[in-house]
Design a protein around this ligand. Sequence first.
Ligand code: NAD
Length: 438
Amino acid sequence: MKIAMIGTGYVGLVSGVCFSDFGHEVVCVDRDPGKIEMLERGEVPIFEPGLDQLMARNVEAGRLRFTQDLAAAIEGAQAVFIAVGTPTRRGDGHADLTYVMAAAEEIARAARDYVVIVTKSTVPVGTNRQVAQVVAAANPELDFDVASNPEFLREGAAIDDFMKPDRVVVGVQTERAGEVMAEIYRPLYLREFPIVTTDLESAEMIKYAANAFLATKITFINEIAALCEKVGSDVKQVARGMGLDGRIGKTFLHAGPGYGGSCFPKDTRALARIGQEHACPMSITETVIKVNEETKRRMTDKLLELCGGSFNGKTIAVLGVTFKPNTDDMREAPALTLLPAMVGGGGQVRVTDPQGRREGEALLPGVTWWEDAYAAATGADLLVVLTEWNEFRALDLGRLAKLMRTRRMADLRNIYTAEAAREAGFSAYDSIGRVGFS
Ligand code: NAD
């Protein structure tokens, strides 16, 4: 099976590499010349664990290529995947479909033989039918089908998620397209991973409903955490007690500084917008968006309190700025709200992150970048744990405390405890949904 993948971002590159590892012949296309040049040199433009080796193996086997030339890439391809960005449209919260439609038109103009045009990008219900219209208008002679194949991989665990998915969702209109999709995912089907085949509209809705539900779960525990702080409960114990109930489940119950990233913020906004457009308000999702913003604001208040009411003249060491560990992605990371507030308030903000600097430098003006947690903490007045990278999970707290000017810690990922901080010599410790000390 020959496949073309349009877009080599987090989703397109991982999907393209994994499809080639299934044994398909894959050509990945991007209109960003910098990305394609890197890929052709064997370099991976994003940080995703394991991706470099898997990519190298399949390039070497001759199954995986990269190009800027979309027309050449889709020649002879039975399936062309659209994996371009669908960011929030400025002003109204709707998903911006400009890149998807532009890609669809380019595919239409270049394609000659029957092809399945598969949307992997997260798109509102009705988009695949719109793609079909755009393609038919651009190339009325073309024999084609559209298919919806939303992606559920998580950055940082993307290869495993792609190779061992909880399920694959495929929305099709015709048997012919269904057969092409079945052939593409045959290796997963053989290993008995569930393939959920639906109509186009249901596949599109599954992705938004799933992401909005997960964002709701996170936001729910964050709100419970706020109450725990008031009444003296420990949200970690509460989450464990809740999560062991099979009807609830343990995942997505980690209280933190509010969700961020490339998907939850934009997808919740898009779902809310779809609801508004159809006079069917998504009230729960709208509330989740609002509570998440409040959660982020609450974090600034926490840090301000630990700084004695003002950031001015304080040196603050921040551990981690990416929206979660094991990725270099900074899109809508809580750091983008918290750090400017501290810099704007006159704080000297020092940052250390294993992978965040390349993206973060331009996004976080006014901060300085440090080699590791100990260097950043030397002479600092506050230590903030913002992203729970493994290397921040087992720090020598005693050593850190000794290096600091004022020994205060804001543990916004609950990876340490008040007792450990006290024993290490910290004079103040605050976390999420647990009682701290000062
Ligand atoms: P991204 O911004 O990392 O990558 C998109 C890529 O598409 C860019 O490299 C861009 O240059 C390229 N591109 C845009 N228009 C093009 C065109 N006409 N021709 C060729 N290349 C083009 O985006 P991403 O994070 O990979 O997300 C892609 C889609 O997948 C989005 O809809 C997103 O919601 C969805 N998704 C993302 C994740 C995730 O974890 N990032 C998970 C599931 C689903």
